[in-house]
Write a protein that binds this ligand. Structure first.
Ligand code: AFD
Ligand code: MN
Ligand code: MN
Length: 426
């Protein structure tokens, strides 16, 4: 049986209980004067890019435990994401990482993308690993390096990434740097910032007018003393230095515990400088867990700020590039991605239900309890039936993981690609 029929059949199986649950939430929202189909339409329109490096099992510091059937090349990665998109109708693009995904035949790839209903989201550069054919080492940094020749090599790599992206109609370059220092005194902080800014400037100059550069920050790496771009402030300062086509990228896992991420996204959108978003979940730091798995309330508060700013016509922030950035060490990567997408959509749906007029009034009147209770009430609302309805209307599966399992997709991938195939990535 093909996947389309299987989706139909599974949806039929769930239809009775879905209709019951959807009717209940629709009635509840109607009473509050919310346009239910309008919410469903917004959920349908929300698309989340999948990174090519999240289709295989992530490595731990001590080893890698692949589950089998991982994509062996870019074509197979596209097939995997095409499948995801067919199931959930919410993952219509793919982010590439160079040199892991150098497109060998862009024309054929574009056809494959089209056949799968996909496009290329962003192109990510990699100057955090030395490649075998590389002349100079990034041991002491890349764009921040003290040696101009190393910086030039890293600049050239980023420009090559832009060219690969152009061949596939991408318009976004994402830069994440592992540059930093391991010990106090090792690096001159001000000069390291300046060298990084100058190097990014050269890349920015080489970028086509209609491209965006996303600059990702991260507070630490294991064994580190300092990162050159540790926080949103540094990322923002670099964007200011570069120009209007540079934007800050927020990765949910790149904050120290208890950081108020919702406030960060609100600030950045207020400044018109939030360009993109990497979804994942984290307990301690850059854990790259399933989105929404650890701190669902915080995740909702973040989405609440995003939606608030997206709905506010006075906010001049460009549309955001949404992407999952996760690592799957113990779950099937495709199942984990589907779980993440579901969690993102149910949380987005909640944020859409916030009555912003009432919330603003409570805030202006300093009615602390009313403001907080309004958010808590929405957070407690079960939005799963709204997301299932969006999937159903879009021709996707109301229970995508159930379809994935009942079709034995992983087993078939293992049969085709082998138990020991390993996808490129970290
Ligand atoms: C690393 C970083 C960051 C980045 C990814 C891809 O932590 O999240 O987005 O590599 O470059 O995992
Ligand atoms: Mn990231
Ligand atoms: Mn990360």
């Amino acid at each position: 049986m093909d996947i389309f029929n299987q989706i139909e059949e599974q949806n039929q199986k769930h239809q009775a209980s879905h209709a019951f649950q959807f009717q209940y939430i629709a009635e509840l929202l109607n009473r509050k004067g919310i346009d239910v189909q309008g919410v469903v339409d917004k959920i349908k329109a929300f698309q989340i890019a999948i990174p090519s490096w999240a289709l295989g099992t992530g490595g731990t510091r001590f080893g890698r435990f692949p589950g089998g059937g991982e994509p062996r090349n870019l074509e197979e990665k596209i097939e995997d994401i095409g499948l995801l998109h067919q199931l959930n109708r919410s993952s219509d693009s793919i982010s590439l990482h160079i040199p892991w995904d150098i497109p060998k035949d862009p024309i054929a790839l574009k056809q494959l993308l089209q056949a799968n209903g996909l496009s290329i989201d962003s192109v990510n550069s990699n100057t955090f690993q030395d490649q075998p054919d590389q002349a100079l080492s990034y041991k002491f940094g890349s764009l921040c390096h003290t040696d101009a020749r190393v910086r030039q090599q890293a600049i050239d790599h980023n420009i090559a990434c832009i060219q690969h992206g152009q061949a596939l109609d991408s318009k976004v370059l994402t830069v994440w740097l592992a540059d930093g220092s391991n010990f106090p005194g090792q690096q001159h902080f001000r000069r390291a910032w300046q060298r990084t800014a100058d190097s990014l400037g050269s890349i920015y100059q080489a970028m086509p007018e209609d491209w965006t550069m996303l600059i990702e920050y991260k507070p630490y790496e294991p064994n580190f003393y300092s990162m050159v771009i540790p926080d949103w402030g540094t990322s923002y300062s670099l964007c200011q230095h570069l120009g209007k086509n540079a934007q800050v990228l927020v990765d949910l896992g790149h904050h120290l515990p208890n950081t108020n991420i919702e406030q960060i996204v609100a600030r950045l959108m207020h400044f018109g400088r939030l360009g993109g978003f990497h979804f994942n979940g984290s307990m301690y730091g850059d854990d790259d867990l399933t989105t929404g798995s650890i701190k669902p309330y915080q995740f909702f508060l973040i989405f609440n700020e995003l939606v608030d700013a997206m709905n506010d016509p006075t906010v001049k922030n460009p549309p955001l590039a949404w992407m999952i950035d996760a690592s799957h060490n113990s779950k099937d990567p495709l199942e984990d991605l589907m779980q993440s997408v579901q969690n993102i959509l149910t949380t987005y749906a909640k944020a859409l239900l916030v009555d912003r007029v009432v919330l603003s009034a409570a805030q202006d009147n300093n009615d602390v309890l009313a403001a907080e209770e309004l958010l808590r009430d929405v957070f407690a609302t079960d939005t799963r039936a709204l997301v299932a309805e969006a999937a159903r209307q879009a021709g996707g599966a109301m229970e995508p993981i159930a379809v994935f399992r009942s079709l034995g997709i992983r087993e078939k991938l293992i049969e085709k690609r082998g138990q020991k195939s390993i996808a490129t990535g970290l």
